[in-house]
Design a protein around this ligand. Structure first.
Ligand SMILES: Cc1cc2nc3c(=O)[nH]c(=O)nc-3n(C[C@H](O)[C@H](O)[C@H](O)COP(=O)(O)OP(=O)(O)OC[C@H]3O[C@@H](n4cnc5c(N)ncnc54)[C@H](O)[C@@H]3O)c2cc1C
Length: 503
């Protein structure tokens, strides 16, 4: 059955018998676990948005002709890329957390063009296989988790140099039916909430790493898979009952480590099998899509700015000039992220496969902003919140028959503001800057899609210093070649060609 609504999605996750470990125990039904459920709700919201705003959150499948989630759509023009970003910001606003669908979306789009390239060069059949897989995903309107990051062991060593060969997921055997893979993927967002996983290599590979050059799709309940749930700061608050102390009682993110113990993937779901030369192209293309996908954090930023403005109002200081200035500063930072991300999408261009990819330079600039600006936005939110954001008593004290009334009296803000509402806003700020959703808003902003240095490497590679030196030297009168201006324009490589292209 095709999954259409959030409710149907939640039901589709039941009774799968996944091998999940949390707090030293196996979880039989993750959907109903109070610590896991908020992350399920966050994905469900993406289905519900598709119902209420189909223009934004759905597209027509080129494979089935039916309406599907935009998260499963292959971008065929720049507008498709832009709409992805707008949908991401909206879902960030609605959930205040990571809604866990962008990795799969960006994996599908990057694989679409990389499999096309491999087939063209090597006469393989990966692209057709991938299209059949995408058709299957469109028919069910499924969730795909993108599994790229290996555990990596000694970071200075290539996969084949590691003492333990399982530090990177690799092919252990090939049969007539398919391949078997072993290893582990770390920090896998929404993996337990997905229907399928797409396994991909995490870095540039060499000939000796051939068995690590593997891309394949597998159902989340495939035999041999185990999920070890990742803890988040303040995560057990959702198991205490009540709704105040969690800060955001409905929505949360999810990461787990996925262990692959000789997991079988039939050939029809294998999209790379030893073509190590294409691993770096896949990583580059995936990260280009994914780094501008971090505009999702501007939706979370909108929520946090709203929380900061609300607490200032509740405290009676909303008219103070430094408060207004700090809210302007938060907004400036948030829109700077959005500006670079959306520009990267608007400047998207067609790949040989027909899929559109966003501009890599601007995507990397966007993600690099994201490694810093949410931290500054969070810092200002804590400034406006005051110390209570970290010292507030619990909901149980607020409802206590004896001290509850004292708390209501002494935690009051401006006249007319309910003490409980003031506490709720403070808890939300705590949740996003210190608690569960700080994982999605801060640490994921730092490391997701690559740590800051990964973006600096790409920016450095693409910054075209020779071209820029020519510009300077020409104006400074250093060059003697009269045709130099003309040459400069011709020598501008892809990024500047796009900058100067007329619509
Ligand atoms: C919340 C969250 C969600 C995530 N979701 C996903 C997901 O859904 N799918 C997925 O595939 N991945 C996911 N990731 C993984 C993310 O892409 C990685 O965290 C990121 O690539 C960094 O890898 P690492 O965590 O292993 O850190 P490390 O690689 O250990 O990096 C730590 C530091 O070491 C530096 N470093 C690393 N290697 C070298 C080297 N060789 N030489 C010099 N310096 C080095 C880095 O620059 C960084 O400063 C997620 C991460 C987080 C935090």
């Amino acid at each position: 059955m095709k999954i259409a609504t959030g409710k149907q999605y939640i039901e589709s996750l039941r009774n799968r018998g996944l091998n999940i470990y949390l707090f030293g125990e196996q979880i039989t039904e993750p959907v109903d676990h109070p610590m896991i459920r908020p992350s399920v709700n966050a994905i469900a919201e993406s289905y519900d948005l598709a119902q209420t705003d189909p223009e934004l959150a759905t597209a027509i499948s080129e494979f089935t002709g039916k309406r599907i989630s935009r998260f499963l759509h292959i971008c065929k023009n720049a507008d498709d890329l832009v709409l992805q970003n707008k949908m991401q910001r909206k879902l960030g606003q609605l959930t205040g957390t990571c809604f866990q669908r962008c990795v799969g979306m960006d994996a599908l789009n990057s694989l679409y063009s990389v499999t096309f390239d491999i087939d063209e060069d090597r006469n393989t059949r990966y692209h057709e296989r991938l299209k059949s897989f995408i058709t299957e995903m469109h028919e069910g309107n499924f969730i795909i988790g993108g599994a790229m990051t290996d555990v990596k062991g000694d970071r200075s060593l290539a996969p084949h140099q590691q003492v333990d060969p399982d530090m990177f997921v690799h092919i252990t055997s090939r049969t007539e039916e398919g391949i078997y893979i072993t290893g582990a993927k770390a920090h896998q967002t929404g993996c337990i909430n997905s229907h399928w996983l797409l396994v991909m290599p995490t870095m540039r590979l060499s000939e000796n790493d051939r068995d690590y050059a593997v891309v394949g799709a597998l159902p989340v309940d495939a035999p041999g898979l185990a999920y070890i749930y990742g803890r988040q700061s303040c995560d057990t608050r959702s198991m205490e009952g009540g709704s105040l102390d969690v800060g955001n009682s409905k929505f949360g993110g999810q990461e787990a480590m996925v262990i692959f113990d000789n997991v079988f993937i039939p050939w029809r779901y294998v999209f790379m099998n030893g073509e190590f030369e294409y691993a770096s192209r896949l990583v580059d293309q995936f990260t280009a899509y994914h780094r501008r996908s971090y505009v999702c954090k501007t939706g979370l930023g909108d929520v946090l700015i709203g929380a900061a403005a609300s607490i200032a109002e509740m405290n009676g200081i909303e008219r103070a000039s430094h408060i207004k200035d700090k809210l302007v500063q938060m907004t400036h930072l948030n829109e700077t992220i959005y500006g670079t991300g959306i520009a990267s999408s608007y400047q998207g261009y067609e790949t040989k496969s027909g899929a559109y990819i966003c501009d890599e330079m601007l995507a990397n600039v966007c993600k690099h902003h994201v490694t810093k600006m949410p931290y500054e936005i969070g810092r200002i939110a804590q400034d406006l919140a005051g110390g209570l954001v970290a010292t507030l008593p619990s909901e149980k004290e607020l409802n206590h028959p004896e001290i509850g009334s004292l708390l209501k009296k002494y935690l009051a803000g401006k006249e007319g503001v309910r003490t409980e509402d003031r506490m709720r806003i403070l808890r939300l700020i705590e949740n996003m800057t210190l608690g569960r959703n700080a994982v999605g808003y801060l640490t994921e902003s730092m490391h997701g899609a690559g740590s800051p240095q990964a973006q600096r490497i790409v920016i450095g590679r693409m910054m075209q210093l020779e071209y820029k030196k020519r510009l300077a030297k020409s104006l400074a009168g250093i060059t003697e070649d009269p045709e130099d201006q003309e040459k400069i324009i011709h020598e501008a490589t892809s990024y500047f060609k796009r900058v100067f292209e007329h619509a």
